[in-house]
Write a protein that binds this ligand. Structure first.
Ligand code: SF4
Length: 296
């Protein structure tokens, strides 16, 4: 339950009885979601989950933002945009989804099954996990990587697209369902950066400050002697966020940058698959370099 459009739809469909009632909804909190997501989550819990008797469980592995800046804390690296000393661009490995989303969900699932880690889970014991993937993103659907979780994709079974979900949520008074992801996720496109800048000055100050603070990589890697040999940035232009070109890219600028349509779309709207714990993002991961010492 990421609290975005698709998972909010699944929860509501289950609560109203169109889909069978789920036993639990689990939200993995990275500690750095936008305020709008936390507010939306509270509302979902109050108005939809609770009245239907669905417990909404919030789980966490810590606070991604403060962990990145704490030299004493082991940190799972974010997919930062890197500018190497020789000018080559790169990205650091994405470990944050696994650490801050998948790990606490699996831990809770094992507890719910009555077999907390490290006890063995008997053969044939599993949860059915519903994942909110709509027809426009069907390529993201995949199986879980452990035997005690079996993924189902009810929106695909219903043949619902994202637009169907938005229509449905609008009918429930939830038209403003925000996109869920960390406030300073480097997968953001310009539209998301502008949205933060233009609607929430305090959150914009927060991401600009974080961007400056990770210029030399994460604090733990620096403290342990694995310094980043280059500079790290939140924005894909590899320019400090406060100066990054996040306003609309004109056709002339696009031509000057030699951006294809797909790249221009990604620049504006972010990486299409974003951060989903249960779907593959091979395109970005394939381009990743992992020799920056940010895994410490
Ligand atoms: S939203 Fe971005 S920063 Fe947050 S866990 Fe996912 S990939 Fe990492």
């Amino acid at each position: 339950m990421g609290a975005g459009v698709q998972s909010s739809t699944l929860l509501a469909l289950s609560a109203e009885g169109t889909l069978p009632k789920v036993d639990y909804a689990i939200f993995a909190d990275t500690g750095w979601e936008p305020e709008a997501v936390y507010a939306h989550l509270d509302r979902l819990e109050r108005e939809i989950a609770k009245p239907a008797g669905i417990p909404l469980l919030r789980v966490s592995s810590g606070n991604l933002r403060s962990d990145a800046l704490n030299p004493d804390h082991r940190f799972a690296s974010m997919p930062l945009h890197i500018l190497n000393k020789d000018g080559r661009p790169g990205m650091t490995r994405r470990q944050c989804t696994g650490e801050y989303k998948i790990k606490p969900i699996k831990k809770k699932v094992r507890e719910l099954l009555g077999h907390p880690y490290p006890s063995r889970i008997p053969k044939g014991v599993f949860v059915e996990q519903w994942v909110g993937i709509s027809t426009d993103e069907f390529h993201r659907a995949k199986d879980a990587d452990v035997k005690y979780m079996r993924n189902r994709h009810p929106l695909l079974d219903l043949d619902w697209s994202r637009a169907d979900c938005v229509r449905y949520l609008t009918s429930l008074g939830l038209a403003e369902t925000p996109k869920s992801s960390c406030l300073g996720c480097p997968f953001h496109g310009n539209a998301q950066w502008r949205h933060i800048r233009d609607t929430s000055p305090s959150e914009w100050a927060d991401v600009v400050e974080f961007d400056a603070a990770i210029r030399q990589g994460n604090a733990r890697a620096n403290a342990s002697g694995s310094r980043l040999l280059g500079e790290a940035f939140l924005h894909r232009s590899r320019v400090p966020l406060s100066q990054a070109p996040i306003d609309h890219v004109t056709a002339a600028e696009r031509a000057a940058l030699r951006l294809g349509e797909g790249e221009a779309d990604e620049l504006e709207n972010g990486v299409a698959d974003g951060c989903s714990p249960w779907s593959c993002r091979g395109d970005v991961d394939a381009a990743v370099q992992d020799d920056f010492g940010l895994a410490a």
